[in-house]
Design a protein around this ligand. Structure first.
Ligand SMILES: *Cc1c(COP(=O)(O)O)cnc(C)c1O
Length: 226
C-alpha cells in the first residue's frame, strides 16, 4: 500500500464512522471541524493501526500507559503529526511516562495526580491537553470526580497546581441513556469556562455530538471487537 501513488481508500469502518460524524454535525448545526475523532486502538497491534493511519486518521486513544509505550514510539516516529490521547485511568507513579508519551490526558481525577502531572509538566516542558474526568453516574467502580465536587476540583487544579484544564471527560453508565450524562458534563464545563468535551464512544458518539462533544472516543466501530 505505501508504494501506491494514490492514497488508499479509508478502511470501510473508519469511513462509516466519519460519515456518521458528518451527519451528526449537520443535524446539530455544528462544523465537522469542531469534533475530533479519537480512534481508540487499545488491544490492537501496529498492523491493525497502520491502515487507519494510512487512511488519514491522526488522533489515537489508548487506555494503558505500558501498552502505549510498547506500541506507539515506532508508529509516531514513522508518521509525524500523530496525536496520542490517554483515555484510561492514570496512576501518579506513571505520570512521568504519560507526560512524555501523550499529547492529551483525559483522566485527571484527584489531587495527588494533579501534583504529579504539574511536576512532570514543569520538568519535561511538555504540556499535554488535560481533561478532568467526571463520574456523572457516581458509580463507585468508576474513576472520576463526583459532579457535586467538580467545580471545587477544577478550581483546585488551576489554583493549587497551576494546571491548565482544557475540558471534561465522561463515561456514562452502560445501563443509562447517555444524553442526560452528556448534558450534565456540558453544563459543568460551561459554568467553569471549559471549551472541550470528551464524550461519546462507538454506541453513542452521535448523541454526544448533539450535546456538544468536541472529542469522541471511538474504538470497536473502527477496529472491530476487542
Ligand atoms: C475503550 C474506551 C473507549 C472506546 O470504546 P468503544 O465502545 O470500543 O468505542 C472510549 N473511551 C474509553 C475511556 C475507553 O476505555
Amino acid at each position: 500500500m505505501p508504494d501506491e501513488p494514490n492514497a488508499p481508500l479509508p478502511p470501510p469502518a473508519l469511513a462509516a464512522v466519519e460519515q456518521e460524524i458528518v451527519r451528526a454535525c449537520n443535524d446539530a448545526q455544528r462544523d465537522r471541524g469542531a469534533v475530533t475523532l479519537i480512534a481508540v486502538s487499545k488491544t490492537f497491534a501496529a498492523d491493525a493501526i497502520e491502515p487507519v493511519i494510512a487512511a488519514g486518521q491522526r488522533a489515537f486513544g489508548e487506555n494503558r500507559v505500558q501498552e502505549a509505550k510498547a506500541k506507539w514510539p515506532p508508529l509516531t516516529a514513522a508518521h509525524p503529526g500523530l496525536v496520542l490521547h490517554l483515555i484510561g485511568p492514570l496512576q501518579s507513579n506513571k505520570a512521568k511516562e504519560a507526560v512524555a508519551l501523550f499529547d492529551a490526558i483525559h483522566s485527571v481525577d484527584r489531587a495527588s495526580l494533579c501534583a504529579a502531572l504539574a511536576r512532570e509538566i514543569a520538568a519535561q516542558g511538555r504540556h499535554p491537553q488535560l481533561f478532568v474526568q467526571i463520574n456523572t453516574g457516581e458509580e463507585p467502580q468508576k474513576a472520576g470526580i463526583a459532579p457535586g465536587d467538580a467545580d471545587a476540583f477544577i478550581a483546585a487544579c488551576r489554583r493549587d497546581y497551576g494546571l491548565e484544564i482544557s475540558g471534561l471527560m465522561c463515561i456514562p453508565p452502560v445501563e443509562d441513556a447517555p444524553g442526560p450524562h452528556f448534558a450534565l458534563t456540558a453544563k459543568i464545563a460551561s459554568r467553569n469556562g471549559l471549551a472541550n468535551l470528551s464524550m461519546g464512544m462507538s454506541a453513542d458518539f452521535a448523541t454526544a455530538i448533539q450535546f456538544g462533544a468536541t472529542h469522541v472516543r471511538v474504538g470497536s466501530a473502527i477496529f472491530g471487537h476487542r
